[in-house]
Design a protein around this ligand. Structure first.
Ligand code: A2P
Length: 334
């Protein structure tokens, strides 16, 4: 068990969830150091029942730290994760900075726990949409390989951080009050609207989030042959992502088989009631550990029975970020 944990980005949406999970799960440590920008230095945050003071992150912040949880963006990870490793800490990084580095494991504990053991100081936490998709697809893929996946996401504001969640709240109120919505954190009005995921578009026309989902899934599943395409969209939901997933398998798969495999999988709850309708909803996925999977049905466009459609919702801050990182920490500390 780590003696001293540092949380980098402690004032952010994921950072606060780290703190909550550290207090409630099996990762008790003697000391916790909360780090953020100079703007937040001196701020008090409760860890369990104790008030802890946030310090400014510097290269010298990691003396004596054995586990550092980073969630302050890729630039901060690039700059400070090596300093944490040099100081002797294992780093679990929630940013995209090291995910595709061949020397850095990219881990979802339910899927490739063995990869975590090979780390050389840094372990990357996958992208939130990738984790939520992989949780639903892996239990099926491991018994009947998926040859093609088509995913469309409905991503919550939380994925863009605490400030974006606040923007959704204030904009919604402004619009209801008859005022103009003023986008500041997200590029367009998020209240009562949806738009292409706010990441850069490359020459192929894909946005960065879509490329992450494709490449990271290949790395986590250890299979670059799966043909994957994605469309990522930001929607006016606070904190759980939803995804429509269409799968093609090597061999036929029935909805009953898929349902049974998912029902027996860790970290997944099947919510698939047709009458009265009860399927996964972001509001029911928020604040819980499991990803909810439902709308499990045969894809009628694939008459050979090799197609299955799913709908999944997962808490972006929890399993999509902080919980997965904490599970990795528990894995390497066991
Ligand atoms: P701060 O609150 O001091 O800006 P979110 O993903 O919710 O937007 O949170 C981002 C986290 O990253 C916050 O804790 C934020 O701290 C932290 N952060 C942003 N810039 C820096 C920086 N230059 N140095 C350290 N932490 C930073």
């Amino acid at each position: 068990m780590p003696e001293h944990i540092a949380v980098v980005g402690a004032t952010g949406a994921v950072g606060r969830e780290f703190i909550d999970l550290i207090s409630h799960r099996n990762l008790a440590s003697k000391k916790i150091t909360l780090l953020a920008s100079a703007r937040s230095a001196g701020q008090k945050i409760k860890v369990g029942s104790t008030d802890c003071t946030v310090s400014e992150l510097t290269a010298g912040s990691f003396a004596g730290v054995d586990l550092a949880l980073f969630s302050a963006g890729g630039n901060i990870s690039q700059k400070y994760a090596p300093a944490a490793v040099k100081a002797g800490a294992a780093v679990i990084d929630n940013s995209s900075a090291f995910r595709m580095d061949d020397n850095v494991p990219l881990v979802i504990p339910e899927i490739n726990p063995q990869a975590a053991k090979k780390h050389r100081g840094i372990i990357a936490n996958p992208n939130c949409s990738t984790i939520i998709m992989a949780m639903a697809v892996w239990p099926l893929h491991r018994v009947n390989p998926v040859t093609r996946m088509v995913v469309s996401t409905y991503q919550a504001a939380s994925g863009a951080g605490a400030a974006a969640m606040h923007e959704l709240e204030t904009q919604s109120q402004d619009v209801l009050d008859g005022k103009d919505a003023k986008p500041q954190v997200l590029p367009f009005q998020v209240a009562f609207n949806l738009f292409n995921h706010n990441s850069a578009i490359d020459d192929s026309g894909y946005n960065t989030e879509e490329i992450k989902m494709i490449k990271e899934t290949h790395k986590i599943f250890g299979d670059n042959s799966i043909r994957i395409t994605a469309t990522c969209v930001r929607v006016p939901v606070f904190r759980a992502h939803s995804e429509s997933i269409n799968l093609t398998f090597e061999r036929p798969m029935t909805p009953d088989e898929a349902r049974e495999l998912l029902q027996n999988s860790r970290g997944v709850t099947v919510v698939d009631q047709r009458d009265p309708q009860h399927f996964p909803m972001p509001i029911e996925a928020s604040g819980i550990d499991d990803c909810l999977v439902g709308r499990i049905r045969q894809d009628v466009s694939q008459p050979d029975g090799r197609g299955i459609d799913l709908f999944v919702c997962g808490d972006q801050i929890r399993k999509g970020a902080a919980l997965n990182a904490i599970q990795i920490a528990e894995l390497i500390s066991a």
